[in-house]
Design a protein around this ligand. Structure first.
Ligand code: NAD
Length: 257
């Protein structure tokens, strides 16, 4: 059994992850970390996630014997937690360049899977998008529209950036050089631009639509997450990988082979 601790255990993803670990046959819930000022500090993790009492309480730091950490919190908390120096899966999105660099630096000492989207579908879609972008060529305009629930902090989503980056890679360009995030006022489309747009509201778990708009045909690919369970399942795959990997920075590409 791999002893896993969930960092951000009281969050939407944290609770889903606790349930997924409790359901799994090869991972054991070693612990769950909540904020030091959290009302859930000391609460039974099984009760917190709606599973039923398991006798493991939410704490301020992961237990010493945790073999892998699964972190879904905020960028600030994520970089602070690099000090735990254990194999980890980081699902938190919205990390700045500087914060990503801190993760890369920590991965020199421990294995870290940095995965802004842990679903198998999105990671396959990334390959499809790269291929479509490469094969359809520059005469098709690329636009990405994503939608998420009203409480999401970062925009565009980490997944939108991952998919837009794949589209840019397909064209052999850097996303930073061609991306347009939203449009307002007089904003005619520039040649080669990749437009990225974020919709926020309601309870949408996560939707990403990639549009390849040509003069005579349009290709559209959509990924829709129906529940957070899909992310938890993928995060557990990444945790199994991280638990035995050599130090280094990995993505879901390595996890899923
Ligand atoms: P959420 O706000 O429901 O949960 C985040 C939790 O982290 C909160 O309970 C918060 O109290 C806790 N937290 C903050 N600082 C902490 C600290 N220092 N110590 C312990 N806990 C701390 O958000 P969510 O919807 O669960 O999403 C969390 C993150 O995961 C976001 O960045 C989101 O974009 C990302 N996410 C990634 C994927 C993926 O596939 N990788 C999927 C869904 C969400």
């Amino acid at each position: 059994m791999i002893r896993a601790a969930i960092i951000g255990a009281a969050g939407r993803m944290g609770r889903e992850l606790c349930r997924a670990v409790l359901e799994s046959e090869d991972l054991e819930l070693a612990g769950g970390v909540v904020r030091s000022d959290s009302e859930h500090l000391g609460e039974d993790l099984g009760e917190l996630c709606g599973w039923g009492r398991v006798g493991v309480a939410a704490t301020e730091a992961p237990p010493e014997d945790a073999e892998v950490l699964i972190e879904f919190t905020t960028p600030e908390a994520t970089v602070e937690h690099l000090a735990y120096a254990k194999p980890a899966v980081i699902g938190t999105t919205g990390l700045s360049e500087e914060q990503t660099e801190q993760v890369r630096e920590a991965a020199g000492r421990v294995p870290i899977v940095l995965a802004p989207n842990t679903s198998v579908g999105v990671n396959l879609l990334r390959e499809v998008v790269r291929l479509l972008s490469e094969r359809l060529g520059g005469s098709y305009d690329i636009e990405l529209v994503e939608a998420h629930h009203r409480n999401k902090r970062d925009a565009p989503s980490g997944t939108a950036l991952l998919l837009a980056r794949a589209a840019a890679e397909g064209r052999g360009v850097k996303l930073e050089e061609v991306a347009t995030f939203g449009r307002e006022g007089v904003a005619p489309r520039k040649k080669g631009e990749i437009g990225v747009h974020a919709v926020r509201g309601g309870a949408v778990v996560g939707e990403h639509r990639l549009l390849f708009l040509g003069d005579d045909e349009e290709v559209e690919v959509t990924h829709r997450a129906l529940s957070r369970r899909v992310f938890a399942t993928g995060a557990l795959k990444a945790a199994r990988f991280a638990a035995t990997a050599e130090p280094g920075l990995y993505s879901m590409r390595e996890v899923l082979g």
